[in-house]
Each structure stands twice: as structure tokens, then as C-alpha cells.
Design a protein around this ligand. Sequence first.
Ligand SMILES: *Cc1c(COP(=O)(O)O)cnc(C)c1O
Length: 406
Amino acid sequence: MTLTDLPATNGAEFARAEERTAHNYHPLPVVVAHAEGAWMTDVDGGRFLDLLAGYSALNFGHSHPALVAAAHAQLDKLTLTSRAFVHDQFADFCAALGDLCGKELVLPMNTGAEAVETAIKVARKWGYEVKGVPADRATIIVASGNFHGRTTTIVGFSDDPDARDGFGPFAPGFVTVPYGDLAALEAAIDETTVAVLIEPIQGEGGVVIPPEGYLRGIREACTRSNVLFAADEIQAGLGRTGRTFACDHEGVVPDIYILGKALGGGIVPVSAIVADRDVLGVLKPGQHGSTFGGNPLACAVGHTVVDMLATGDFQRRAEELSVLLRERLESMIGHGVVGVRVRGLWAGVDIDPAVGTGREVCEALMARGVLAKDTHGSTIRLAPPLVISAEDLSWGLDQLAAVVSA
Ligand SMILES: *Cc1c(COP(=O)(O)O)cnc(C)c1O
């Protein structure tokens, strides 16, 4: 699809958006003006089924009534105090999120990258003060193919050239091991290791699911060697995989949950790390902070998200719809699809290179009224809002089947 294929208003708006912005994204040429549930409407009234859901930030769909109501109510009362003062939404949100995670303490931030940075700082401090690692020697083990955000420290331990090249020099203190290889991870642990920082499923990497037992093995290795297990559940967590956390699939509890995306209900950026007092307690006043972290609007929305997840309904729905998603995608193997990975309402779909690139497939999907996003060339990631109807999901998958078999 090219700009000239687009209706006039969409094309003009899209060109305007491209003209005055840094080109750090490569958006599909659609200009969205309104959205509800799983459906988005563009500036010309064209309708699109959203099969990306803001990379899981929209797990509850667009404009979920309960979330919008919570935001509206809070907007009229109080939106920001800074953490210099306490506000009346803070304690309840932190307690509810802590309970959801089965942990004692919560430290709210805004973006996912900030939460990862927070986990890195806490793990290092814990390493020096609790584990007794010599000053400035702490190391953190990470995995190949990771995606943890875009700050200079985080891209320094990415192995994606696009994410990394041209942004050095990078912070030391990270050791990379192959994702899914437990023996390599165990071998990399030494007396300077303070944490293992892992995505329980690699989202940006293409919904890469590690071998069964990997997360349990990490948990055991960390416990054995007095190392913190920090699980980046920013994209995988909060219902996406059919459980509250992706780690739940192996019955594993990390020392630090790193959360973001869906925690803000698709309304405000809300992230957090959640851990017990023996870990998060290492932070003392003045040692870490954020002007907007844990603001009243974020807490009101985030608390509603936690309440919605506490019912288990969204997790169940993801699990139920997963059956349809898996069946339909597996039936496409050999018909333009060469591989699929499905967990909950989340899938990585590897497109046969003979069909075209992931980008080309996404453009063809858009022409049929479906929005999805490619990753790493030939993979398409499907992450529909958990509120999507079975009929709509099925229709969206019909479109995918038609595009890849054409
Ligand atoms: C999106 C993402 C991040 C970064 O979140 P931002 O809010 O974009 O900073 C970190 N880790 C994972 C696994 C993610 O999917």
C-alpha cells in the first residue's frame, strides 16, 4: 500500500504527521481518530480491527467503560501532587498491586523502561548492601534477543543493531546468555551476579516461548546462588498469556516483577516494580524517584486495572480465545505461514518469505481492515485486546489466512 491508495483525508493527515516528527517509527499509513473495544476508526470513518492492542498496553481494549470512568472521576478531583506529598489514591493502589503479585512493596514509575531501570538500580544496591558484592562490580545476566526498553543503559545490553548501534558508549555490568539455554545461564552466574533479568516470553523478539522448565530452572539457580530473579512482565504479564503473569505457567514467583503497558489501562503510562521488603527495602529517601511516578490519575486507573485482573475474568478469556487463535494459525502452516507460537491471546506468526515480508503482510491486512505489526522482518505479532469477541477474532484471522495464501 502506498500513500496514493489512501483516501484523501487519511493521506494528508498521515503526510502531515510524518513531516514534522523524528522518524523513530515506521507506522502503517492509517490515521486513527476514535476507538472502542477492539475496533479503531480512522479520520475518514474507515474501521479497523486492532490485533496489536498497543503491544499489550490495551489488554482491556480501547475506552473500557470502567477505566474511562475511573479516569474521569479522578480528573475532576486531583491529578498530581508529586511524591513530595502523599495523595489519597496511593496506598490503595500499591496495596492492591502488591496483593495481586503476592509481594509486600510496590514502587510505581511511568514507562516500562523506567521500571526496568528501577529494577537494575534496586538489584545493584541489593547486591552491594545485602549480598556483599564489592563496590561497582555487580553484574546482571540478560538474554540474547531481549527487549527491555530504549534508555542508554538498556539498549547497551540489547543485541538488536537497530536498537543499539550509534548510541554508545554503554554502561558495563551486563552479561548476555542465549535465551532459553538454562545451562548457559547457570554457567554465567558468579559471585558478582546480582540478578537475572529475563522476559518470561520475549514479545518484541517475536513471542518467543522458552523451553518448558526454563523459568523454573532460573528460579532454582537464583535461589541456590543468592541472585535476584527479575521478570520483565511488561508485555507478557497482566492477563495476556491466560494467566496474571507469564511466570505463572511454570508456577514460578520471581523476586522482582517488572510491570508496565496494560497497568495503565491504555489511558496513562503506569509502570511499577513489585518485590518483598528484603529487596525493595534497600531504597532510602532520595535514592530514586520520578516526578510523575504514582500520580493520582495513574493510581486511580492502575487500581481499576488491578481490580479487573483480580476477578480472573480477563485471564480466563485469554485462555479460552487461545484455542481459536491456535487452531486457526496452525491451519495456516504450509499455506503462507511457516511457524506459529501461541500462548494465551498472544502469537508470533512466521510468514513464508515467498509470501512477502511481515511489513507487506501487515499492509495487505490493513487494506482488509485489520491492523497488526511485524517484528524482525518476517514475523507478525498478534496481541488482540482481551475483550475481542470470538467472531471478530475469527474474522481477523480469516483476513490473515486470505492474505498469506494469496
Ligand atoms: C515495551 C516493553 C518495555 C519498555 O516499555 P516502554 O513503556 O516502552 O518504556 C520493556 N520491556 C518489555 C518486555 C516490553 O515489551
